[in-house]
Design a protein around this ligand. Sequence first.
Ligand code: SF4
Ligand code: SF4
Length: 110
Amino acid sequence: MTTEETAENSAVEESKGNKTRPRGRVTIFGTWCKGCGLCIEFCPRGVFEVNGQGRPLVAHPERCTACHWCDTHCPDMAITVRRLDEEEVEELEELSQLAEEGALPAGGDL
Ligand code: SF4
Ligand code: SF4
């Protein structure tokens, strides 16, 4: 099984009905990141966007399925992904819902 297949399977396993639930909290250590762009290019869920310095920004944290592609491939070990427990998942979903409704600013680390 390839890495890509593993990531896809992980995303499918985390699906609930037609909606994929958030599963991971992503942290980037900015001083370690050299801006190679691997995580931005290959995250299967499009969690990252490029910031003004060409470095990754966790722009869509609610999309992370904790597949661990990014933290296992980052050449500088500049990313950690922690799998959320059920309570944290529900909390993140509520915050995402509020952001969608305009009650909170979108993006950033929720
Ligand atoms: S893979 Fe690591 S070094 Fe490369 S842009 Fe992402 S965080 Fe930075
Ligand atoms: S663990 Fe990393 S690669 Fe996988 S979905 Fe989350 S941010 Fe993307």
